[in-house]
Every structure is written in C-alpha cells, then in structure tokens.
Ligand binder design. Structure first.
Ligand code: HEM
Length: 472
C-alpha cells in the first residue's frame, strides 16, 4: 500500500473515522438547531407550540448533543486506534454494522420524538427498547477496540485506561438507568430517583473518560512526550476521576430523603475535586505561557480553551456540591449552566480539538486554506458561550433571590426575561461559531478527492511526513 493511501481519508481505517466524524457533526448541527428553537421558546412561549413544543425540542436537543459527544469520541478512537496499535482495525465489517445500527436507531428515536412517542426517563426519553438498541450498536465498537488494541494494561498509557473505563461504564450506567423497569425500583420513589440519578451522573463520567482520554492522547501527540501519559501524576488524576465517576453523583439527590451516609460520601468525594482545582491553579502560569507559545496551533488552542472552561465549571461544580448552596441552586438555571458549560466548553472544545487534529493530519493543504475561518469559528463560539453561560447563571440568581424574597413565579419570570433574551441570542451566536467549524469540516471531508490530488502531487516531491507537518 502506498504511503499516500496510508495517510489519506481513502484508507479504509480512516474512512471509518470519517463516516463517524460526519455522523457526529450531523448530530451536533441538528442538536444545535433544536437548542435554538428551545431558546426562542423561552422568550416566545407560543412559538411552534402546536407543532414542535418545548416538550419536544428539549429532548430532541439533549439526545442529539449527547450523542454528538459519544459519536465524536468514537470517531476519534476509530482514527487513533490503528495508529496506536500499528495494525488495521480488527473487524472492518463491524464498523459498518456499528454505523448502520446507530444511524437507524437515531432515526427511530428522532421520528418518535417528533410524533410525541416518549417512554423513558429524563435524558433518555425514548422507549426503553431503543436504549437496548443503543447498547447493541456499541458491541462492534467494543470488539474492535479491544481486538485491535490488545491492550497490555500494565504498560498502557493513561488514555487507554480512560477509554477502556469509559466504554465499561457506558454499559454499566446505561443498564443501570433502566433498573426502573423492575418493580423493586419503580415501586419505591426514593430508591427509583436515587438509582436514576446515580446512573445518569455516572454516565456523564463515562463520556468524560472517553473525551478526556482523547485530550490526553492529543497532548501526547502534539508535545511528542510519551512520558506524561504514563506518569504517576496522570494515573493519580485518572483514579481521582474514576472515584468521582462512581461516587460523586450524590449531589444530584441531596433533596431526596435517602440514607444520610449516601449524601455524606457524595459530598466528601465531590470535594476531592478540589485537588484537581488546586493542581490547575498551580499549573496556571505554565498553562498560560504554553498556550501563548502554541497559540498558532489550532488543536493546541482548543485544548487550552477547554482548560479555561474546566476551571470555570469546576468552580461552579464544587460550589453547587455544597449542600447549603445546593438547596438554593437546585432546579434553577444554574444547573443548566453547569450542564451546558461542561458539555460545550469542555467536551465540545476537546472534541473539536480532535476534529482539527484529524483534519490537519488528513488534509494539511485544505486545512491551511481554511485555517482563518476555523480560527474565527473558535473565537465566535467561545465569546458567545461566555455570554450564554453567564446569562444562565444570572437567571438562576434572579430565581434564588425571588424565592428568598417570596416573589411570585410570574414576577420572577418577568425579571428573568432580559437574561432569557441574552441566552437565546447568544445561543444563536454559539450556533454560528460551531456552524463554521462544522461547515468547514464537511467541506474538507466531502471534497477530499480534489485535495488528495493536490496532496498527492506534493507527496511526489515532499513525502507524507512533510505534508503533515505543513506549518498552519
Ligand atoms: C454543543 C452545544 C450544546 C450542548 C452540548 C448542549 C447541551 C445541553 C444539555 C446537556 C442540556 C440539558 C441541561 C439540563 O438538563 O440542565 C441542554 C439543555 C438546553 N439547551 Fe443546550 N447544548 C448546546 C447548545 C445549545 C444552544 C446553542 C442553545 C441555544 C439557545 C441551547 C439551548 C438549550 C435549551 C433551551 C435547553 C433546555 C434548558 C431547560 O431545560 O430549561 N443549547 N443543552
């Protein structure tokens, strides 16, 4: 096989990554559109009320954006696996089976939401049988992951541990989230809610493992330093993350009258995140100077931006994990700010870092041509996200003070209107920013043949390694 094919999207392993990347970006694009409709329904409650009410736009948005996170992480793993294992993906037909099962299932779920056919719990609002189909669609991915990698966990870098843990806990947490189908859980409301939120809280931990693992892999590739991902410090933070994945969900259930020790354990575990917080602060100076030095590398810039969002969201997460504060913040837009701040600021930025890394590797020339627009997309997304996130925090604060002052619901809503407007309009700007990144990725991936031709001409004189290293 020529080097050209080895480094191109035409190679079958890379094709797997490409179709999953395009699928993931389609989830993001449609998810964003429903998010915008939901945001507009905040300020114009009658907007599309009869055909596509908030009861439909919200689950459509949440399902699609969460699936974007999982699918983009899988796309990256499909791309990195053959490079790490130095062999082709083990079961090529398994990739297509994975793709077909997932795409069909998504179409059924979306059609169901449109027609008003719900049947699950929050975040998984489709009929339970489709939850089973999601698990089934992951089976070829899992087989390919372990059979291609054949990991030796004694010497494996931390990102292999993170990806493996993310996959394992995805299966555990999705299964757990359907325990309500059994009478033992369904007939006891405290048990039911506690288990449900435990499952969902840990499911977030499972996708974080996949996404953070990707971030660490990218760091290793950019720095060329393989030691960091095998260091004791990396594994310390991995185990800290794992403990939080398993036990820190409790702050979701502070208001449920479950056994007090459950809340105490959850609180203590949540506070261990202060260690991560302290580490980020200690590293701050170095992070800033590294970010300045490598600002021109878009992948590096996105990783640094995610670091800032980790800092901001960790501050918020630690604050709302304190029971005395959680009592006030629970059920306000501060929780929504926490959810969207982390899934956009951290998860989406890290996944976009992975997207830009793959684009540059695959189509250095096209990447260079579009670099300015990619840079603008990143800028617009993050400036508007800061306004978006702050407006949610502000409407949460308005509600808290309204409740403390015994104001009527109507009055609180009236006072929140300016912040709701800011939320909806800055949300449209987030859409524009991310839309630019999505459009350019589609453009490069779909016009690939032309660019391959250009690259292949250069390849004759330059060789693939130099092509990949074209300065941004
Ligand atoms: C990558 C982009 C995005 C991601 C990952 C994302 C993620 C999420 C998540 C996880 C939730 C559930 C929050 C909760 O239950 O507390 C949510 C809710 C929501 N999002 Fe997004 N979001 C994104 C972009 C947007 C944009 C651009 C808008 C436009 C205004 C938007 C509007 C909404 C609305 C209206 C809700 C419902 C909030 C509620 O329940 O009151 N989202 N989003």
């Amino acid at each position: 096989m020529s080097n050209f094919r080895k480094y191109s999207f035409l190679h079958s392993d890379n094709r797997a990554a490409k179709i999953f990347l395009l699928l993931a970006l389609s989830y993001l694009l449609t998810g964003l559109l429903f998010g915008i409709l939901g945001g507009l329904q905040y300020i114009f409650p009658a907007f599309l009320k009869d055909s596509l009410s908030f009861q439909k736009t919200r689950p459509l948005h949440v399902y699609l954006v969460i699936t974007w996170i999982f699918t983009a992480a899988q796309a990256g793993i499909y791309y990195y696996l053959p490079k790490i294992a130095k062999r082709s993906i083990y079961w090529q037909n398994g990739i297509w089976l994975h793709f077909a099962l997932q795409a069909i299932n998504s179409l059924i779920i979306i059609a169901g939401f449109f027609s008003g056919s719900f049947g699950g719990r929050e975040y998984l609002e489709f009929p339970p049988v489709l939850g089973g189909l999601i698990l089934l669609s992951w089976v070829p991915f899992v087989i390919n992951f372990f059979a291609t990698l054949k990991p030796n966990f004694k010497t494996a870098p931390v990102y292999i541990w993170m990806w493996s843990t993310g996959i394992l806990f995805f299966f555990i947490t999705v299964s757990e989230s359907y325990l309500w189908l059994f009478d033992f859980f369904r007939n006891n409301i405290v048990r039911d809610i506690t288990v449900q939120w435990k499952a969902l809280g840990s499911m977030v931990g499972s996708w974080n493992m996949l996404v953070y693992g990707t971030g660490i892999y990218l760091m290793e590739q950019l720095s060329g330093n393989e030691k960091a991902s095998r260091s004791r410090l990396s594994f310390f933070f991995y185990f800290l993350g794992l403990t939080n994945l398993m036990f820190n969900w409790g702050h979701h259930t502070y208001i449920v009258p479950a056994a007090p020790w459950v809340k105490t354990v959850a609180y203590v575990i949540s506070m261990t995140e202060l260690l991560l917080y302290g580490y980020i602060i200690l590293q701050w100076k170095k992070t800033v100077s590294d970010a300045r030095k490598n600002y021109h590398i878009l992948t590096y810039r996105l990783l640094s931006i995610a670091d800032i969002w980790i800092f901001l969201n960790l501050t918020l997460a630690i604050a709302i994990s304190i029971p005395a504060l959680n009592l006030y913040t629970h059920g306000t837009h501060i929780t929504v700010a926490h959810a969207m701040g982390t899934t956009i600021g951290i998860n989406t930025m890290l996944l976009m870092a992975s997207v830009t890394y793959i684009l540059k590797k695959e189509s250095a020339f096209a990447f260079k041509l579009n670099r300015k627009w990619l840079s603008r997309g990143i800028y617009i997304t993050n400036v508007s996200l800061l306004i978006f996130w702050s407006s949610l925090l502000a409407s949460g604060i308005v509600k808290i003070f309204g409740k403390i002052n015994n104001e009527t619901f109507f009055y609180i809503m009236q006072k929140s209107q300016p912040f709701f407007k800011l939320f909806a309009y800055s949300g449209i700007c987030v859409f524009i920013g991310l839309g630019i990144l999505i459009a350019i990725t589609f453009k490069i991936a779909l016009r690939k043949k032309q660019f391959d031709a250009i690259i292949s001409q250069q390849h004759v004189t330059a060789g693939p390694a130099q092509i990949i290293n074209l300065k941004e």
